[in-house]
Design a protein around this ligand. Structure first.
Ligand SMILES: [Zn+2]
Ligand SMILES: [Zn+2]
Length: 339
């Protein structure tokens, strides 16, 4: 029986993240299926709807300036290694996406009105899980330079019995992810939302034939739901908390990257690499490679020095040493380059 790792479904552009586990806790597999029409990657409706991330009042960098900056960061980034058996790139052939290809497909993202990422807490949370959610919101804001707001929590108490179940073999209480998207989140999407992301500690399952899902999103409707149920123990030791936090941050920025039109990265080790399992994603960095960073800088208009400074502060506060070291080096290089 297949399990879903993460499932995103929208009109013509489909990304499916499926996890096939023979048993609970077994190795997972992320499947990305990017459907093409007429030989080219189609433009999903959402990209038109969510245009406006870029702050037009700022002194924006040209693509050439961005290219120069990210080129200078290549020295502290590692090229993607050959995939190990079972890794994402062992199983899937990916097209990759250069900065030029990204710009030519997403020009229309640059002007407009949708500029807030909303997070909708769903159900109850432990203290540790609440902290994970708050820090993820804070991190996304620093990472993308897009404002993130957490909405008032909604109860999951009154879910109809048709939209919930107890897993027949494992006994986990689960809620149907499609119900959350269609009945709870879609009616709440506001005009200024880049996206409305449901965040829950409850296990999710997408329907008949599936064991569980980490998340599901309908990009044309600008909604998604993420679960941290399977990310580890947020109320455990500081090291356990950091592991749950790192995994949640990775998922959040990876999926938000997809919502901004970024495809899987295969050139560098990067947070936009596809991943078949928690084990594989734990091996991947939380940072964007030079090529993917160029896309984010271009589409959001974020100042790279300010961005790295904000990330440095976050990693320092959370005791994330590896990430902190990377950002310190990046900041040194970028500051030098911008003089
Ligand atoms: Zn992905
Ligand atoms: Zn990348």
């Amino acid at each position: 029986m297949p399990n879903t790792f993460f499932k995103i479904n929208f009109n013509v552009f489909l990304l499916l993240f499926l996890l096939y586990n023979c048993c609970r806790g077994g190795a997972g597999r992320e499947v990305s299926n990017i459907k093409k029409q007429n030989g080219s990657v189609p433009v999903p409706e959402v990209f038109v709807a969510m245009e406006g991330n870029r702050k037009v009042t700022e002194n924006l960098m040209t693509p050439e300036e961005i290219e120069k900056i990210v080129k200078s960061l290549e020295i502290i980034n590692e090229k993607m290694e050959p995939p190990r058996p079972g890794d994402w790139l062992w199983v899937h052939s990916e097209p990759g996406q250069s900065f030029t290809e990204y710009r030519s497909s997403h020009q229309f993202l640059l002007n407009s009105r949708r500029r807030i990422i909303y997070i909708q807490p769903l159900g109850s949370f432990t203290e540790g899980q609440k902290k994970i959610m708050e820090r993820t919101a804070d991190f996304m804001e620093r990472f993308f330079g897009i404002e993130v707001k957490i909405k008032k929590a909604l109860s999951l108490e009154n879910i109809p019995s048709s939209a919930k179940r107890v897993h027949p073999e494992w006994g986990d209480k689960q809620i149907n992810s499609g119900y959350i998207l269609n009945k709870i989140l879609i009616p709440l999407v506001s005009d200024d939302a880049v996206g409305l992301l449901g965040f829950t500690a409850t296990d999710l399952w997408p329907g008949e034939g599936w064991n569980f899902v980490f998340g599901e999103a309908s990009l044309s409707d600008r909604v998604g739901v993420w679960s941290i149920y399977r990310k580890g123990n947020a109320d455990g030791s500081p090291a356990e908390f950091r592991l749950v936090l790192r995994r949640t941050l990775q998922t959040a920025v990876h999926e938000m990257g997809h919502m901004l039109g970024m495809l899987h990265c295969k050139k560098w080790k990067c947070v936009m690499n596809g991943s078949n399992s928690l084990e594989e994603s734990d091996r991947r960095p939380l940072s964007l490679c030079p090529e993917c960073l160029a896309k984010v800088l271009w589409v959001t208009g974020t100042n790279p020095v300010a961005r790295f400074e904000k990330l440095r502060e976050f990693y320092k506060n959370e005791g994330m040493e590896k990430e902190l070291n990377y950002v310190k080096k990046a900041l040194e290089i970028v500051s030098e380059n911008r003089k």
